[in-house]
Design a protein around this ligand. Structure first.
Ligand code: THU
Length: 134
């Protein structure tokens, strides 16, 4: 199984590929799946601003396209001194494929700064069970 360090390096490598000419704020995300695969994504902005997509969304899409299904851990790396925690929409995207105790590691260029569980970032969340257990 890949180490957290390997996952961090994967996030950092994809962050460098981000297309962020408008915000100039590059973000990278790396997912480790429960079966040991790594999938990555970066933010991809657009001249029509709302059409841009987040790094986490790209990583989730790559995971599904690559045959992955469950997130074991995810690293998100951004710029600046603040914690680059996933936006609300991306917390929900992660929630679809993760468990309440799944770690979400927030990194800066120097390494992991803080780790949260999904449940800490998205408490009382809505998910697949809401649609099936009724
Ligand atoms: N962004 C992400 O890709 N992920 C996050 O967790 C926070 C924000 C992107 C969206 C946009 O391209 C840029 O960062 C500035 O908001």
């Amino acid at each position: 199984m890949a180490s957290l360090d390997t996952l961090f390096e994967a996030a950092k490598a994809i962050q460098a590929k981000a297309y962020a000419p408008y915000s100039r704020f590059k973000v990278g995300a790396a997912i480790l799946t429960v079966d040991g695969q790594i999938f990555t994504g970066c933010n991809v902005e657009n001249a029509a601003y709302p059409v841009g997509s987040c790094a986490e969304a790209g990583a989730v899409s790559a995971m599904i396209a690559g045959g992955g299904s469950r997130i074991a851990q995810i690293v998100v790396i951004g710029e600046g001194e603040h914690l680059v925690t996933p936006c609300g929409g991306c917390r929900q995207r992660i929630r679809e494929f993760a468990a309440p105790d799944t770690p979400i590691h927030i990194a800066g260029p120097e390494g992991i700064r803080k780790s949260f569980t999904l449940d800490e970032l998205l408490p009382f969340s809505f998910g697949p069970d809401n649609l099936t257990d009724r």
